[in-house]
Design a protein around this ligand. Structure first.
Ligand code: FRU
Length: 498
């Protein structure tokens, strides 16, 4: 399929049922397809949208282009869950079928109000000269899942932004509704977060840009979220074109966060104190994460595991990307912690205890046949250097490598250079984080076919990445440069599909 403007923006009704069925089968039958993560039923998945708790269930939607691995005419697909782990796919929820969202029902959020779920999203409209007009639109979903779009936009492009004005997050704070949006300032062409307030979700007041940093945030901010974690405000956002001297990052575009001391929304002020803007994920492929607060004050986050303007090996199979597992957010000693949700443990089959054998040679095999869906918890003792190989072949010339040092200048490096099919190599094949010196390293690793999520030291860091290993590469092993025995203990579980 050649992705021209015509094929990208062709009306959904003009695609044949046969084509869609073929695409669904391709996505389902791929050796790289995820078994316990949200994945596209066909075509391309991108941002999570409308992540919420409503009518006794968890809801998440995702940006979808169902007709191939391209960023074409976008819609929202809908899934529900009782436990944030097992998701039921309810299919298409918001189609691009009005004049305001004619060129895509773009990203947005959801807020339960009384017995309905309020959806707020960006309608992408292009006129006959292909000029973009972003409209911030509303819709109500009732308890039966019926969605009714509002007839008129709620917010139109303000004079002070360009047409890059999208991704509304709607939330309630101290008796007022607020909406934050990603924006580009018209005069300076820099990335901003726009803020609006409303008493009734009908009339909106433009409060200007949220003040949260003095640094230049690049040329555009996408997908901003403001939530509270243990009563502290947390801003999650994607600055595009951010100078790497402002915050270092390796991916094409970063997904950043900033923890605050306080937020005064009526004054459009987010006070970060001494906190710095940081990478939300230290791996390769996280973007457009969406977070929300539950009625009991918990904070959950889910991410697109994929990046804009990056091609993935499955593009050839006409599908792309997936969502991360849900991560529960908390604070520990003023640091953001991301943890798997408790119900993830329900996916476990019988566990295997792991312990370093007394007598070893250069290679310490941990698991000979891991399969493609597993969780590996491993504690590596202090003062050790070595490499943990995942998805390794027999002689470990191919594997996803986790190189670690737990002595002085401790670090963890993830290298996907020898892990299989290569992609996005212009952004590097390794990611490194510094670790606390002379401390045991705790790893919780989740593998789901072509997805790897690594939680480090109880969620102080997460490294998320896609990798595309050859079928049959299923060895988990440790090697050490000195051929010394490495000390470890842990548990391995195969995980069920959802
Ligand atoms: C981020 C993004 C959003 C937009 C959506 C369109 O990945 O570009 O800004 O709403 O994707 O699918």
């Amino acid at each position: 399929m050649e992705w021209t403007r015509e094929t990208r923006y062709r009306a959904y009704a003009d695609w044949s049922a046969e084509t869609l069925l073929k695409l669904q089968a391709q996505a389902a039958n791929s050796q790289y397809q995820m078994g316990y993560h949200i994945r596209p039923s066909s075509g391309l998945l991108n941002d999570p949208n409308g992540f919420s708790y409503f009518n006794g269930q968890w809801h998440v939607f995702y940006q979808s282009f169902p007709f191939g691995a391209a960023h074409g005419l976008k819609s929202w697909m809908h899934l529900v869950s009782d436990d944030l782990v097992h998701w039921k796919d309810l299919g298409l929820a918001l189609a691009p079928d009005t004049k305001f969202d004619s060129h895509g029902a773009y990203s947005g959020s959801a807020l339960p109000i009384d017995d309905k779920l309020f959806l707020m999203y960006t309608g992408n409209h292009r006129d006959k000269d292909w000029i973009r007009h972003p409209f911030q639109l509303g819709a109500w979903m009732d308890q039966a899942g019926q969605i009714t779009k509002l007839d008129e936009p709620l917010i139109t492009q303000p004079d002070h932004t360009t047409d890059h004005f999208r991704d509304p997050q709607v939330f309630k704070h101290r008796d007022l509704y607020y909406v934050i949006l990603g924006a580009q300032d018209k005069e300076t062409k820099t990335g901003k977060i726009s803020l609006f307030s409303s008493k009734d979700l009908k009339d909106f007041t433009d409060l200007g840009y949220l003040e949260f940093t003095e640094d230049n945030m690049g040329y555009m901010i996408e997908c901003p979220n403001l939530i509270f974690v243990d009563d502290k405000p947390l801003l999650v956002f994607c600055p595009q074109g951010l100078d790497k001297d402002v915050v270092a990052y390796d991916n094409i575009y970063p997904n950043m966060y900033l923890l605050g001391e306080d937020v005064q929304l009526n004054k459009a002020k987010f006070e970060a104190g001494t906190n710095q803007i940081q990478n939300l994920d230290d791996g390769f492929d996280v973007y457009a994460s969406q977070a929300f607060n539950t009625p009991d004050g918990k904070a959950y986050l889910i991410s697109w595991v994929g990046l804009p303007d990056v091609s993935y090996p499955t593009d050839e199979e006409n599908w792309a990307s997936c969502l991360s597992q849900v991560k529960e957010l908390s604070l520990k000693d003023g640091k953001l912690i991301q943890r798997p949700v408790v119900s993830m443990a329900d996916l476990r089959e019988k566990g295997t205890s792991l312990q370093a054998a007394k007598k070893v040679n250069a290679k310490q095999q941990i698991i000979a046949e891991s399969g493609e869906q597993y969780e590996l918890k491993l504690t590596l003792d202090t003062d050790q250097n070595g490499t943990l190989h995942l998805a390794g072949n027999d002689d470990l010339s191919q594997s996803l490598k986790l190189e670690f040092s737990t002595g002085k200048d401790a670090y963890l490096t993830v290298s996907r250079a020898d892990s299989g099919a290569q992609f996005a190599t212009e952004f590097g094949t390794m990611r490194t984080i510094a670790l606390p010196d002379q401390q045991a390293l705790d790893l919780e690793i989740f593998i789901d076919h072509s997805l790897c999520e690594i939680f480090v030291n109880g969620g102080e860091h997460v490294l998320t990445l896609r990798f595309f290993a050859e079928a049959g590469n299923k060895q988990i092993a440790l090697t050490s440069p000195t051929e010394a025995a490495l000390n470890y203990r842990g548990t391995f579980w195969k995980l069920k599909s959802i």
